[in-house]
Design a protein around this ligand. Structure first.
Ligand code: NAD
Length: 334
């Protein structure tokens, strides 16, 4: 579908080869696709350098490292589109982009399976103490008795937020014979039913789950949602996993709950500060970490990069993108 030429965005776009800046590593397949139609520069600019260079480009493509701040957007006088090769767009100032009529596109399904598989991996790892067992054997120990685990079969898996990734986690959990319940105030009941998930209150998820997995967006509502009070409601034998965004779990409260053994354990792929240098959580035995690798698979990188490149090219070609965060830009509204 061609964009209405009278709209704000379309008026600003020319027909020739345009300049695309890529500041975070994306798949070669995506770069090749972009290069067929545009001039592409890959450079890991950030901070002052990015501010100085951005005015030369019509499109900017980032992953999570580059912070696309209000200042970057203000300096990017020629920017028509910002592409986020991934899902979370919290590193982009959407308000400022919208204000300037810059489309923000992304690749919502690119890493869905990869993140879902990592969450399942963490759940199995916690249930069977896999990381501890590995470390202990490499230290020459044989701690068979200490390493009694729990089965997933017939356990309750509680979701905090269950959209694309949560739905894929639920499918896999059903194969293990788990019951799935969720707190997600925005998930329509019929979709939850199709996912085989029972929608319930946050309290019920906290109190009844043997495993809790977080797949909500980071918003003002979810920031710090899993605080001391919430952790206190969990079963003493329960585990919590966060492969969504750092900040949804209050890390100070989590440290306290784990230190005092109020819950059995946790696994985090995402942190309030990344990397979580000097986090006291790193000193605990009953927590497992991965360094924000939810989307780090070959397949997800290619999928996310190519989908994002396609979306950026659509905007530069005056076509309506399929995955846009600020639709109002297409409608010419600010
Ligand atoms: P999605 O939009 O499909 O699902 C998010 C769900 O959160 C929705 O169903 C929404 O209704 C729900 N939600 C919103 N506000 C809520 C609230 N206040 N309480 C409970 N639920 C709420 O997104 P997705 O693609 O499934 O991604 C889920 C999360 O995973 C996001 O935070 C995303 O940033 C993160 N993610 C992490 C990685 C990684 O590398 N670890 C990779 C991709 C995505």
């Amino acid at each position: 579908m061609l964009l209405n030429t009278s709209n704000h965005l379309a008026q600003k776009i020319g027909g020739d080869r345009l300049k695309v800046l890529v500041t975070d590593k994306i798949a070669e397949e995506a770069l090749d696709l972009l290069k067929e139609k545009h001039d592409v520069i890959f450079s890991e600019f950030s901070g002052e350098e990015l501010l100085k260079e951005i005015h030369k480009y019509h499109a900017l493509i980032v992953r999570s490292r580059t912070k696309v701040t209000k200042e970057v957007i203000e300096e990017g006088g020629n920017l028509k589109v910002i592409g986020r090769a991934g899902v979370g767009v919290d590193n982009i100032d959407i308000g400022s982009a919208t204000e300037k009529g810059i489309a923000v596109v992304y690749s919502p399904r690119g890493s869905t399976f990869s993140v879902a598989e990592l969450a399942i991996g963490h759940m199995i790892s916690l249930a069977r103490h896999l990381t501890y067992a590995d470390r202990s054997m490499k230290e020459g120990k044989w701690e068979k008795k200490k390493l009694k685990g729990t089965e997933l079969y017939r356990k309750t898996l509680g979701f905090i937020g269950s959209g694309r990734i949560g739905g894929e986690v639920a499918k896999r959990a059903h194969c293990f014979g788990m019951k799935t319940i969720a707190y997600d105030p925005y998930l329509p009941k019929d979709i939850a039913e199709k996912m085989g998930i029972e929608l319930t209150s946050l309290d019920t998820v906290l109190k009844n789950s043997d495993f809790i997995t977080i797949h909500a967006l980071l918003t003002d509502e979810t920031k710090g949602m899993i605080d001391e009070k919430a952790l206190d409601k969990m079963k003493g034998t329960a585990f919590i996993i966060n492969c969504a965004r750092g900040g949804i779990i209050d890390e100070k409260a989590l440290y306290k709950a784990l230190k005092e053994k109020k819950i059995a354990g946790a696994a985090l792929d995402v942190f309030e500060q990344e990397p979580p240098i000097k986090s006291p959580l790193l000193s605990l035995e009953n927590i497992v970490f991965t360094p924000h690798i939810g989307a780090s698979t070959k397949e997800a990188q290619i999928r996310s990069g190519v989908i994002t490149a396609e979306q950026v090219m659509k905007v530069l070609d005056r076509q309506a993108p399929d995955f846009i965060v600020n639709k109002e830009v297409l409608e010419g509204k600010k």
